[in-house]
Structures are given as structure tokens and as C-alpha cells.
Design a binder for this molecule. Structure first.
Ligand SMILES: Cc1ncc(C[n+]2csc(CCOP(=O)(O)OP(=O)(O)O)c2C)c(N)n1
Ligand SMILES: [Mg+2]
Length: 626
């Protein structure tokens, strides 16, 4: 007879989570590193009670904001190459919907997070309960239905026994490299507390083996033939290279063939610096050598990328008439993009099988020479842009590129920089040299303002032996700084470099480029004369704000002061924040690239008309790959 255990649904969920393990290449580890949560009436007596009871088996972490805790879980998962994550529990209503942005971010970035929002009573008796959304068409609707499009698996547990089939499904999706993303199990408040006689087997340790699917043999040979026929090939390396731990395989492949590599934001570090074939970032925010090579490439081998518009420069990056694509990806949706020859499989497994299939092939000497020259030029350009001695327009500020240059110089190769939105991602994509495959942590699938500090916490939790540097703009900081408190609570020593530039430099610049003069992107008081947001600068004391949350703060108005602060922060054992006023107008330009942001087709403003004319011209370069 099946042995049974009588526990509540919430107790069963928590017990189950504590027993799940992942394994790849024979390396086994617990899949859940803990459960983040904020309690309310929708989870305190259910999951909250269960977490208290099971606290020796799985750790509970209190966060400050539900969106932030999902970012923390996503960053933790990304740092663990998707082999581990954190679960997130919320109350019903606003606590639950706060997680939707985080869920979308995780799903878009293809990283696993398990979300357990509380839900309205399945029994419906006392409805409408506090925070319940009512529908006149159905009683089977709650705000948690909003998670459906942003989740890779979604379920509502209306009876306690439903978890017996739902939890294994959730795990299958979470540990599937092709399907992973946010998984949402909506847990009605009453059902969480309901007891059921569960089969004991549900609570036994379970190992989820993450496989390395191999490519179709015929297609592999076809791909090898395409590579052999190419004279100007280029590899675009995406996040999949890192998740699959394929960096060594990629290095072997390029060392043998001489093919150069451009990296996406998620893929930066795929071919760590220095390497003679590393071209740095490719696409809208890419380097000159990567973008010149992309433009002329007759064959593009895409490894583990979703080919977003930033990578393809809105489909203008690849201009060779007969350019063909090979796409190595574990997910079919990505392998088929750009009419690529799809090699569906694990990045490492595919590269390892492709290498012997192209044996003897090597790019021509002219190609190799060009790359060496382009690399030398680019290094000189980066040194020029980041030069800490270069002239400063306004003595109150330093340049963002100089801050990046000093970080590059002072950080150890295994230190991690974390970033997500604003002008920093573009600057870093061009200027940063990732010397370690996990040293560059950029959330640029959703580019979600507010990810930075919460994400930095997740990275530090995943890699406590590394120093973690969060690079964040004043806009992002003001959107979500409160997880400094959580980092203090957990003794997670992270350093936050806060670049203060009077609001949105990135979108301000974009607004200027579309003819709108930076409208609505500066942090200014409402001007009582003009009625516009062009009054005095807002007197925001970000340093005092960070200090009030428990951080140790340094203010650095000069490059010398920044160096001193950075050295002090590296030795600090708590959360450190370095506030650096940076010049909004000293921007790093673009290199041989473009980004499609449609400009108003009609306007009385001459600047807009001019921008539209330039836009129409640039858009002509966009290609269809069919
Ligand atoms: C949640 C969210 N809202 C809006 C945006 C659009 N957006 C992208 S960058 C940016 C401004 C960021 O300002 P800041 O953090 O100060 O960085 P800066 O542009 O000054 O470098 C905005 C509003 C976004 N990416 N995420
Ligand atoms: Mg800013």
C-alpha cells in the first residue's frame, strides 16, 4: 500500500521544494537555494506557516518588494547557469501582481524562477475577499491570470491533490533549457491550509537531469559544408554559451577555425578577454570591429542567442548579399530565426560535434590579419574614450566612460559587474572587457530599471566568494533601491556604484535624436513661470538616501576620489554605495550601428522632420531574412 503523509497543501509544497535537485555533467546540487517572500493574509497561514515549520530544510528570505525578489531569484538563477534558483511567495492581490514584471523579465531572459502567488478562495464562500478583483463574467478569474502570458507554465491549485501532478510539471519546465522561464503556481488561500493524505514518494529527493541534446547529424554536416564554403564567417555568441558552460568549446572551435566572435549582452564573456579573436560586443551597442565584420560576413554562426534587435542592429547589422545563418540553440524558436540552418541542441554539445566536422578548415590569412589590426585599433579607441586624464567639460562631474575605465583597471577578473538599464548597458557592452565568463552580468532582455540592486543581491547570494559591483543610474536607483535593506539583513557585501546624472541620460539622448530635445527626461522642479518641468534641479540627496537604508556611502566627485572610494569599498564588509556625479552630456557614441525607433511621420517641428528624414533613410538598410 502507498505510504501517505497528512500535511497541508502549503506544507507539501515547501517539503517538495526542499527535496528537488538538479544535475548536469554528473554535478548534482539542490535546485532551490531558498524561498523569498513577503507575507500577507494570502500566504501567511499557508506557505508562511509551512516555511516556519520547514525552516531547517529550506531557508526563508524576507524581501522589501515583490518585484525585486523575483529579480533577485532571476539573477541567482542566471549566475548559476540556470541549474539553481529561488522560489518567491507572495500574498494575494498587489503582492502577487507586483511579481508580474519580474516574471516577464525572467521569461524573456530564459531563466527559471518559481512564483507562488497567493490566490482568492477556491471555496469562494467569503468572496469578495480583501484585494479580490471581481468579474461579472466569471468567478474563475483573479489578478493571477495576468501571469499567464509571462509564465512558461501556469497553474492554479484548486484542490490540494492537484500539486501531485502540478509540481513535477513545474520542475520539468524550470529545468528544461529550452522551455525555462517563470513558472507560476497560484495558490488559493483556503487550499494552502487544507490537509490531504499525500503519497510519501512526493517528498523523496528527486534529481532533475539537465541534458545536453545533440544536433541532427544531417543538419550538422550541412552546417559544416556552409562553414567550409565561407570566406568571411563570424560567430555571434549569446547567453546560451554561458548557460551551457560552452566557453571552452567555443574557444577550441575558434582557435581551430580562426573565426572571430562578437558577443551579445547576455553572451559577453563567452570568449573571455584577452583573446585574439574576440571582437567584443556586436550590434546596436557593439564595437567597431564587430560591427564592420558583421556587415561583411557571408556566414553568421549564432550560438545561444535570441537575436534581439540590439544584436541585429534592427536587422541592419548583416549586409552581405548572400549572407547565411547557422543558429545553434536548444530552443527551436531561436534556432529558426533569420531563416537559419537550425542546429537544435545544447551549445556545448553542438560545438563539440561541429569542430571535427570542419576539421582542416581555416579562414584566410587576410581575414586573420584584418582582425588583429581591428583589435589593436579598438583597444586604442577604448583607452581614448575611458582615459581618466581626458578633459572634462564641467568640473562638477566626471565622465561615465572614465568611471568604467577605472572599474576595469581596479576590479579583479572574477569580480562581477551587474547592470540592466539606462546608458550604462550600451557603454559597458562596447567598453567592458570581460575577463571571466561570469564577470559581466547584464539583464538586457527586459532591461528593467530596478533590476540592478535586487539582481546584485541575487548574484552575491549565488557567488558569495566573488565581489559584486552593481552599476546603477539615478533613475533606476530611485525606482528600486530598497533591497539595500535586504542585502544588509543578509550580510551580503555588495558595492553599488551610483551614477547620478540628472535623470535619464539614455532616453534623454534618444529623445534628442528623434527631435524632441530631451523632453521630460530631466529631474527638474515644475517651473511656475513656464509650467514645464524645466525649473531648478531637484535637490535629491541620493547619498543620504542610501545611508538611511543601512549602506556605507562614499561621495566621489573626481576620478581620484572614485579610486579611493573603490579601494575602501573593496575592503568593506557591509553594503557600500559610491555616489558619482557624471556628466550627462559626455556620452559614448555609437560605432557603425543603428537602432530602429520610429520617429513621428508628421510634425510641425523642424527637428522632428529632420529626424524622420534620417530615419527613413536608415531604415532602408533593414533586411528580411526569409
Ligand atoms: C521599468 C522601466 N521603465 C522604463 C524604462 C525605459 N528606460 C530605459 S532607460 C531609462 C532611464 C534610466 O535612467 P538612469 O537609471 O538614470 O540611467 P541613465 O539613462 O541616466 O544612464 C528609462 C526610463 C525601463 N527600461 N524600465
Ligand atoms: Mg541617470
Amino acid at each position: 500500500m502507498t505510504s501517505r503523509v497528512r500535511v497541508t497543501m502549503a506544507q507539501a509544497v515547501v517539503r517538495f521544494l526542499s527535496q528537488q535537485r538538479s544535475s548536469r555533467d554528473g554535478r548534482e546540487q539542490p535546485f532551490f537555494g531558498g524561498v523569498f517572500g513577503i507575507f500577507g493574509h494570502g500566504n501567511v497561514a499557508g506557505i508562511g506557516q509551512a516555511l516556519q515549520e520547514q525552516r531547517a530544510a529550506i531557508r526563508y528570505y524576507l524581501a522589501r518588494n515583490e518585484q525585486a525578489m523575483v529579480h533577485t531569484a532571476a539573477a541567482y538563477a542566471k549566475m548559476h547557469n540556470r541549474l539553481r534558483t529561488l522560489a518567491c511567495t507572495s500574498s494575494i492581490g498587489p503582492g502577487a501582481t507586483n511579481m508580474i514584471t519580474g516574471a516577464a523579465g525572467a521569461t524573456i531572459n530564459r531563466v527559471p524562477v518559481l512564483l507562488l502567488p497567493g490566490d482568492i478562495f477556491a471555496g469562494r464562500g467569503p468572496a469578495p475577499v480583501l484585494q479580490q478583483l471581481e468579474s461579472s463574467q466569471s468567478q474563475d478569474v483573479s489578478v493571477n491570470d495576468c501571469f499567464k502570458p509571462v509564465s512558461r507554465y501556469w497553474d492554479r491549485i484548486n484542490r490540494p491533490e492537484q500539486i501531485i501532478t502540478s509540481l513535477p510539471e513545474a520542475m520539468r519546465v524550470l529545468t528544461s533549457p529550452a522551455e525555462t522561464g517563470a513558472v507560476t503556481l497560484a495558490l488559493p488561500q483556503d487550499v494552502q491550509a487544507e490537509a490531504y493524505d499525500y503519497p510519501a514518494a512526493l517528498f523523496e529527493p528527486r534529481v532533475w537531469t539537465v541534458a545536453r541534446p545533440r544536433p541532427d547529424r544531417d543538419r550538422l554536416l550541412e552546417a559544416a559544408a556552409l562553414i567550409r564554403a565561407s570566406t568571411r564567417p563570424l560567430i555571434v555568441a549569446g547567453g546560451g554559451v554561458l548557460y551551457s558552460e560552452a566557453t571552452e568549446s567555443l574557444r577550441r572551435f575558434v582557435d581551430a577555425t580562426g573565426i572571430a566572435v562578437g558577443e551579445t549582452q547576455a553572451g559577453k564573456g563567452a570568449l573571455p578577454d584577452p583573446h585574439p579573436l574576440s571582437l567584443g560586443g556586436v550590434g546596436a551597442t557593439g564595437t567597431r570591429p564587430a560591427n564592420v565584420l558583421a556587415r561583411e560576413a557571408d556566414l553568421v554562426i549564432v550560438v545561444g542567442s535570441r537575436l534581439s534587435d540590439f544584436t541585429t542592429a534592427s536587422k541592419t547589422a548583416f549586409q552581405h548579399d548572400g549572407v547565411r545563418f547557422i543558429a545553434i540553440n536548444v530552443a527551436e524558436i531561436d534556432a529558426g530565426k533569420h531563416a537559419a540552418l537550425p542546429l537544435v541542441g545544447d551549445a556545448r554539445a553542438v560545438l563539440d560535434e561541429l569542430l571535427p566536422a570542419v576539421s582542416g578548415y581555416r579562414v584566410g590569412a587576410d581575414y586573420t590579419e584584418r582582425i588583429a589590426a581591428a583589435q589593436a585599433d579598438w583597444r586604442a579607441e577604448v583607452d581614448r574614450v575611458c582615459n581618466p586624464q581626458s578633459a572634462i567639460r564641467d568640473p562638477r562631474y566626471v565622465k561615465q566612460a572614465q568611471v568604467i575605465g577605472v572599474l576595469q583597471e581596479m576590479l579583479a577578473p572574477t569580480d562581477v559587474i551587474v547592470c540592466a538599464a539606462g546608458s550604462l548597458p550600451g557603454d559597458l557592452h562596447k567598453l567592458w572587457r570581460a575577463r571571466d565568463s561570469k564577470g559581466y552580468h547584464m539583464e538586457y532582455g527586459y532591461s528593467c530599471m530596478g533590476y540592478e540592486i535586487a539582481g546584485g543581491l541575487g548574484v552575491k547570494m549565488a557567488a558569495p566568494d566573488r565581489r559584486v559591483y552593481v552599476l546603477v543610474g539615478d533613475g533606476s536607483y530611485l525606482m528600486m533601491a530598497q533591497e539595500i535593506v535586504t542585502a544588509v539583513q543578509e550580510h551580503m557585501a555588495i558595492t553599488i556604484v551610483l551614477l547620478d546624472n540628472d535623470g535619464f541620460a539614455s532616453i534623454g539622448g534618444l529623445s534628442e535624436s528623434v527631435g524632441s530635445g530631451g523632453f521630460g527626461t530631466r529631474y527638474r522642479e515644475r517651473n511656475s513661470e513656464t509650467g514645464e518641468l524645466d525649473g531648478d534641479p531637484l535637490a535629491i540627496n541620493l547619498a543620504a538616501n542610501a545611508e538611511s537604508l543601512g549602506a556605507t556611502v562614499w561621495r566621489a566627485n573626481t576620478i581620484a576620489a572614485f579610486r579611493t572610494a573603490l579601494a575602501a569599498a573593496a575592503a568593506h564588509t557591509g553594503v557600500g554605495v559610491i555616489v558619482v556625479p557624471v556628466d550627462r552630456e559626455s556620452r559614448v557614441g555609437g560605432y557603425e550601428s543603428w537602432w530602429d525607433v520610429p520617429v513621428a511621420e508628421v510634425s510641425t517641428a523642424p527637428e522632428v522632420q529632420k529626424a524622420r528624414a534620417a530615419y527613413d533613410e536608415a531604415r532602408r538598410k533593414e533586411r528580411d531574412f526569409l
